[in-house]
Design a protein around this ligand. Sequence first.
Ligand code: SF4
Length: 490
Amino acid sequence: MLDKFRDECGVFGIVGHAEAANLAYLGLYALQHRGQESAGIAASDGSVVRHRKAMGYVNEAFDAEALATLPGHLAIGHVRYSTAGESRLANAQPIVVDSVHGEFAICHNGNLVNASDVRDALVREGAIFQTSSDTEVVVHLFARSREESTEKAVIDALSQVRGAFSFVMMSRDRVFGVRDPHGFRPLVLGRFDGAWVLGSETCALDLIGATYERDVEPGELVVLSAAGIKSIKPFLPAAQAQCIFEHVYFARPDSYVFGESVNEVRTGLGRRLARERPVEADVVVPVPDSGVCAAVGFAEASGIPMRFGLIRNHYVGRTFIEPRQSIRHFGVRVKLNPVRSIIEGQRVVLVDDSIVRGTTSRKIVRMVRSAGAREVHMRISCPPTISPCFYGVDTPRRSELIAATHSLEEIRKYLDADSLAYLSLEGLTAGVKGGASKYCTSCYTGTYPVVFPRDEAAYLQLALKLSPESPAAERPEPLVPVFDKDPVTS
Ligand code: SF4
């Protein structure tokens, strides 16, 4: 409902614990924010790999009875929001196959940019695909590998795909964790009660009481078994391109990703935003929940008090059925409600982490005005989002990104804000360890570290002829939002 980039997927793995499947369930529970459409767990007792997956939240997909069918000391798990392949149970993960290399299960966070090309080539050679997921090409490449060991077959398969991947994979007696050479998506390694644990974020380790050891490095494959851990660097080194949006929005603020506290990074971005784009105001109000950390930083640096002037209803399900046509268009009020006593008569700084289409931000600004705000100043803790993501994040087409097709002033007017300002790209990259050299910032720049297939490239080439600074006359009519109509009343 809220206008955000959609989270990708979350992965988890554990080796060496009698309650492996139960711990995978808990780990996935902590990673639920990374995917809400389906959940799955595969477990091995050393001789058989069993798995179960279902649509819905983790607690809907599994109960005690279901987990009891997954015995063993090894388990991997996945929560999914589809980024490639339509949403249906066949596309849920883990994908589990029985191949010449033995039973094998795979969970993926990311997007393989050459999946269509590889898939087409495999289909021409007679391969039959069961899903429309990009992950399945790795399964086919693994199964067809002529390498003798499982480990070498995994490396052989991975060396043929490009793009963003953090995989957690499992054979009968080993779990593999790997990040692509650019390191787009996170993957952390931990220990619990003698077991090895892998997870997309440290919040998954925290929930089960595991300790964080380190990140799996970009381009590193770790092989976890009863014998311990083995680290392999099977790929040519590549420029690092960790997803900076993990820090801006995706990851949980209580997590560490890419070796840094998400909360500290977000709060620091808020401080930088206040220094870069100051404004005279009475109260800082975060757009919950995503704007809270940045608002704390903004308030600290500006000296303007922060108060929770918008309250989020956490009990709205995945879908909200509007009860009757005649009283529809509750819009964003279903999820957010203003606190009039905090907002009335005040000059309000609204702090949020991003604007995608602008439709929700517009409703929020209007909601704050309707609660009596004297002025509404919008501050965004990242630069304007001008390009889609091809690395495992569900984003709208470029033409739907408001900052790709409209100037800052046009966006301000559309939002009905008294002022609007974004954090600069320099401010964003200075706020993370290693800066621009370690991070992907493609959705803010339109410059992509890994090239993608012809059709997408052609689409982008056309799209990128334009920049947000282009005079309006040079730009085509936007497809959405339609500015002269109010799409939804708030
Ligand atoms: S394009 Fe944006 S969302 Fe995608 S990987 Fe790069 S920084 Fe992350």
